[in-house]
Design a binder for this molecule. Sequence first.
Ligand code: ADP
Ligand code: MG
Ligand code: MG
Length: 912
Amino acid sequence: MANQYSYSFREGDGKNKALLGGKGANLCEMTQIGLNVPPGFVITTATCLLYQEKQQLPIGLMAEVKQQIAVIEQQSGRKFGDATNPLLVSVRSGSAISMPGMMDTILNLGLNQQTLAGLIAQTGDRRFAFDAYRRFIQLFGKVALGIADEKFDQPFAAVKNRAGIKADIGLEASHLQEISALFLEVVRVETGEEFPEDVYQQLEIAIKAVFNSWMGKRAVDYRREFHITPQIANGTAVNIVMMVFGNRGSDCATGVGFTRNPATGTNEMYGEYLTNAQGEDVVAGIRTPKPVSELAQEMPDLYQQLVALRTKLENHYQEVQDYEYTIESGVLYCLQTRNGKMNAQAMVKTSIDMVDEGLISKQRALLRINPELLEQLLHPQLNPHHTVPVLAQGLPASPGAACGACVFDADTAERLGKSGVAVILLREETKPEDIHGFFAAQGIVTSRGGKTSHAAVVARGMGKACIAGAEDIKIDVKLRLAIIGDIHLREGDIITIDGGSGNIYLGEIPTIAACFSPELKTLLGWADEIATLKVQANVDTPENARIAAEYGAMGIGLCRTERMFNASERLPIVIEMILANNPQDRQRALDKLLPFQREDFKQLFVAIYPHPVTIRLLDPPMHEFLPTAQQLEDEIHALKHYLLIVKAQRVTLETLNNHTHLPAPFAQLSEETVSAAIAKKQLMLKKVNELFEVNPMLGHRGVRLGMSYPEIYRMQTRAILEAAALCIKDGLQVHPEIMVPQVITLEELKKVKAIVLEEQRLVETEHQLKLDFKLGSMVETVRACLRAGHLAEIAEFFSFGTNDLTQATFSFSREDAENKFLPLYNESGILQDNPFEVLDIKGVGQLMRMTVTAGRNNNPQLRIGICGEQGGHPASIHFCHQIGLDYVSCSAPRIPIARLAAAHAKLLAAQN
Ligand code: ADP
Ligand code: MG
Ligand code: MG
């Protein structure tokens, strides 16, 4: 059938997820590779967009739908709306990107008074038919007619109570019949109209409802949170599928499975099912399902079929699958498959395993992992030696440790979370409406539902710790209380959860940093083999250098020497240096600083040996090391009062002829001492006022300091070269790189080079050895980009400082931008990203590209890297690869991400 709006599962293109949605495309593909999928068709996402635009279904759609239904009728031998052998369908949403539970699905559509009788005749099962009917009325009422669930819950509970029945499964046909009648009444009261009897009218309303759910608040929030832009997914498809019934008796079941364990990655049957139930029951956590291993006993034959299904799915998709199935009277149907959302640990393990099994290539193993996901692996874990007893236990649904205050609903979680409180969301079960609570929470606990429940799936997708089905916990939302035995947890009480073990503890338990698994080492080893970009670290201390080395850093791309100035035993010397009024005094202070710096550099060289270390000479404006004028004025003010007190003490003693003795500490304080302190503070205040700059970040800083106070740069150079000499003497052939910040002209580099050459001569003579080092320039001013060719005559390397370069390119000051107007710019789409986080390829990137070309033209040996924060961001890394940089440098925790992204950049460039 050549048509515009819809495709039957037998003809739709299984690769076209943009048009058919992920669910629809996979239903087509599964049908076409011979899996047992109930017959059905997909209405395209393009149709959804037409609907959104005009707020009405396109003309001709329903005619086409009728033709498609006719095809299903032919295949199934049933008839839609028929009084003897009725066809029922589900109407399911599904966009290009899976958004679990965010949009709506209606089951059992096509039931009315007539077809109900037909269903009873067809199945001979009144209970089943009325069960399907009441479910349909409620779901249709909720999704298509907008009636709140509670309206249905009331009459449902009333009938159950009156009959004295606890579990839904105990309801008899007559009860369900009564419930159905009450539900029809609910619809009448709530909408003022009869429940629609015409099955095509039902279908039309349902299609519109699914289309509407695309713009529903839940779905819109979700897309915003996960940055799902229209390029990624635009509109939802509607899948119309013949109903198969998992709730027609004890030889029926419904379940969900993963082809591998999504929490650990282990290659095993994984999933849960319920006998005699319909799909949503498993996911919604209404009944706690059974692990799939029990199916092996309960229905051995079908279990084997399920194992075969799992293998076929993985072999075909070459990816871990998350699938839904239903067993109707001994026949297995596959209802959905999609790539499994797993946590980082499981993604890494499955990558390694699938390569070992020969299922996928190393390239694919790398490409299937989103680099950002690796951040999870660096999350802290519970200290394994803690001795806190377990308070309660549930199913380990999503690993990781989390600690926070108990909250019992998503709104409170959001409110507290936004005000900076760490919270753990405790619910009986979660629903898609709770999604905002997930964003705000550190972890999630549910008292019902299994490892494939909504809470588990969503938490895993977000990489948040989750424990599901902790049945010992009784949660009372109204009283804001969770009861575990005789312990009462109130809102705000602190608990710790371990999503890897399912254990819940009272209070806060210390955590330890995560360590690299052997699998991650292997995977990143493959990445390094493929990537051409090297990944270095921005670190300033030997401790961090060691961590960076552990994460696989191939050197230090940026060491900010000024960070070494702030230690408490050094700051007074730095202040002395700044307060100095002449070069001699300044030199005296510098001579004291030199040994500190030399020792720091030496330790850095050793920590990351044999890789290079790039050290940036002093950069920030000097006043950053001094107190503020306000602070000094306050102190002087206080001291002057104190001087009066000391004076008064003296007068007191003199008046009493020194008969009274003061306690020892006071006895020491003379007026001269206090006056001396005042004088020192006043001197500092004078200096602070002298150093005052209207715009310090554009003022006396960077190489400009080196020009005004060459002795500072000389001392730092000396410290670097002496540290190198000492390492060489210890047998370590280190390669320091001296980096000059804020350069605008070759003249600056010439002056620094002169200093460096003098110091090199001195150190080499003194230590009787040859040093091997480089001198290079930060590129962080626009002028440096424009003069790159000239700078490259002296600079042996360039390093893009993309924080300052971004400020300079936009004429934004970062703090002001981020605090004042950038959020608005981002929200209203004037700027797509924050350019301080995501490299602005169109602007800053163009300057970089120019710089690379000009620099390498004059100096083909020029090594070029980036040391701005954006250097750890995958999209920026792709760009850096494209323009031919040699390395990126980022903070230690970003290194694994950057290594993987560097491999992706190479692989994707090769594909295009
Ligand atoms: P979601 O996107 O929330 O997973 P689905 O469209 O997959 O929603 O449907 C919800 C539930 O209903 C699933 O458990 C699914 O397996 C079940 N379901 C959907 N269509 C059918 C059908 N034709 N027959 C039986 N069960 C169905
Ligand atoms: Mg859905
Ligand atoms: Mg589904």
